[in-house]
Ligand binder design. Structure first.
Ligand code: AMP
Length: 281
């Protein structure tokens, strides 16, 4: 596995791969790699000849009061994990390399600030869209792998790549969970033992929603009321949103029909957690 920190070096690597007719799969991450990330790397190996993983904690997608500074970083451990999973190139640019002095451009997918995480994280998805487009322009992949865990992010990135004719195929992989149901996330490391127990309310409420849908419930309000009860019983009081939407358009649904996304976000202690389930109704 080659570790590359410069844009020019990453470009040369990708150009050489392309010249040999190799297909490249790309997994962008913020590092602190866990089973969720590694599931994307495994899928990437099946989707292409070569796999590039990037590790970049993107300052553009953090709000001024968010956790950019304390976001967990562990490059040595990450490099070992990526190598073990068969990653071919690890791209680890510095903030300066990505955003040199004089940098001014942002990509915005219209409407993303009006739903779900967009409402409480202004500028977040334009930060995400911008960094992913930059990374795609450097890595030049055939296929991009994203996790369903960040459902809105996947919708925004897909839309952006399609709208800007990037010619990159997107594969969205299922959410990896801990044995007890908690969605694996780098931010879980912030949780105390008590918070970790309470955080389970999030996945429990989503699993309840899924059970209700399976037994025939179609009214969004009834499902959300059930979810609220589960969250409050678990001790999750600071709920940011509980929403039932069309999975592709992210428009709210009053009755569940078609490809449905049930999404939740809550603060447990100081940690903001998100989770979702996607259902074909
Ligand atoms: P992050 O490092 O949090 O920016 O995540 C990098 C990629 O890994 C994104 O596409 C995420 O959606 C994906 N990801 C994060 N957690 C999980 C998970 N538990 N299961 C599946 N994919 C995940």
């Amino acid at each position: 596995m080659k570790t590359i920190s410069k844009i020019a070096g990453m470009r040369r690597w990708s150009e050489a791969a392309r010249a040999k007719g190799r297909r490249v799969a790309f997994v962008p991450t913020m590092g602190c790699l866990h089973e969720g990330h590694l599931s994307l790397v495994r899928k990437a190996r099946r989707e292409a000849d070569l796999v590039v993983v990037s590790i970049f904690v993107n300052p553009l997608q953090f709000g001024p009061k968010e956790d950019f500074k304390r976001y967990p970083r562990n490059l040595r451990r990450d490099a070992g994990l990526a190598r073990r999973e068969g990653c071919d190139a690890l791209f680890v640019p510095s903030p300066r390399e990505m955003y040199p002095a004089g940098y001014r451009t942002r990509v915005t997918v219209e409407g993303t600030e009006e739903v779900l995480c967009g409402r409480s994280r202004p500028g977040h998805f334009s930060g995400v869209a911008t960094v992913v487009l930059k990374l795609v322009n450097v890595v030049w992949p055939d296929v991009l792998l994203l996790g369903q865990k960040d459902a809105q992010q996947a919708v925004v990135i897909k839309r952006m790549l399609q709208d800007l004719n990037a010619g990159v195929r997107v594969v969205v992989c299922p959410t990896v969970r801990e044995k007890d149901g908690l969605a694996v996330s780098s931010r879980n490391s912030y949780l105390s033992a008590d918070e970790r127990r309470r955080a389970l309310g999030l996945s429990r409420s989503l699993f309840l929603a899924r059970r209700l849908v399976r037994t025939g419930e179609r009214r969004a309000a009834v499902i959300i009321a059930g979810m609220r009860k589960v969250l409050s019983e678990a001790g999750v009081t600071d709920v940011d949103y509980l929403e039932i939407l069309d999975a592709a358009e992210l428009t709210p649904l009053r009755r569940l029909d078609g490809d449905v996304l049930i999404a939740a976000a809550a603060r447990v202690g100081r940690t903001r957690l998100i989770d979702n389930v996607r259902l074909k109704v």
